[in-house]
Design a protein around this ligand. Sequence first.
Ligand SMILES: Nc1ncnc2c1ncn2[C@@H]1O[C@H](COP(=O)(O)OP(=O)(O)OP(=O)(O)O)[C@@H](O)[C@H]1O
Ligand SMILES: [Mg+2]
Length: 282
Amino acid sequence: MNYILQADDVYFRYEDGTTALQGVTLKIEEGKKTVLLGGNGAGKSTLFLHFNGIYRPHRGTVLFNGEEIQYKNSFLKHLRKNIGVVFQDPDTQLFSANVYQDVSFGPINLGLSEEEVKTRVIDAMKETGVKHLSKKPTHLLSYGEKKRAAIAGVLAMKPKLIVFDEPTAWLDPAGYRQIVKLIEDINRQGKTVVLSTHDVDLAYSWADLVIVMKEGKVIGQGTPQEIFQNNRLLSEASLVKPWLLEVYDKLVAQGWLNRSAAPPANKGELYKLLGDNQPPKP
Ligand SMILES: Nc1ncnc2c1ncn2[C@@H]1O[C@H](COP(=O)(O)OP(=O)(O)OP(=O)(O)O)[C@@H](O)[C@H]1O
Ligand SMILES: [Mg+2]
């Protein structure tokens, strides 16, 4: 197994004295989809800002491809070329006058040729569906458009791993599906994806690995099946069960399904389970 990113006993304290991370240890496997769950203030965004070296741990280390991050310009440049972070708030990410300029900022800084920059920017804008907005001032974009423009800026860097901090928050149903599909496509192209969310249904049906945080610590990790069937952990982290599992539990309790049937990973599997199982005789 190749771990592209690791945090080893990471502690971080903000200037006002808030201890946001208290010994976080985790490993992100290359090519996989990892979801970070945790309530407000659990430390997810703070941890993400350690992944590309914006924050430096007060204690502990962050490793990229097995190598400890060095907080000097040359290493940070190398790190940020490989690890892109899509911030929770797109207004923090977008700062250029228009979309095209914003998306091209990163590639220009990599010192690429004008031709290569143009190709990357156009490809990234197409992939995220913002090409028609290329001349539009970023401050006039809708929230969903801002999110996609911010993702385009990260994609144009062609990183190996992309971190998405609550990518689906505040989106309408169409925008939600569009972003989830985009992240799925990005992963299918071979990139490692890490995202934080409060959406347990997304985490359950989408993640390879789920990591649960609370009060600056990792309190659980495992496959979605392991995490969401662990009632003690769910209650400790104040998480609710994904609706699919709730329905599955109910169907098992009422005798419509046999517990030996593996819980459905998605809606399609649930329907299949129902079709394959005869209701109990009265
Ligand atoms: N710039 C800051 N200065 C001081 N404290 C901060 C700062 N940013 C975050 N914190 C504190 O650090 C802790 C962790 O916050 P963080 O934003 O990392 O949590 P989170 O898990 O991303 O939460 P959310 O789900 O609300 O986005 C919180 O207690 C928060 O108040
Ligand atoms: Mg956050």
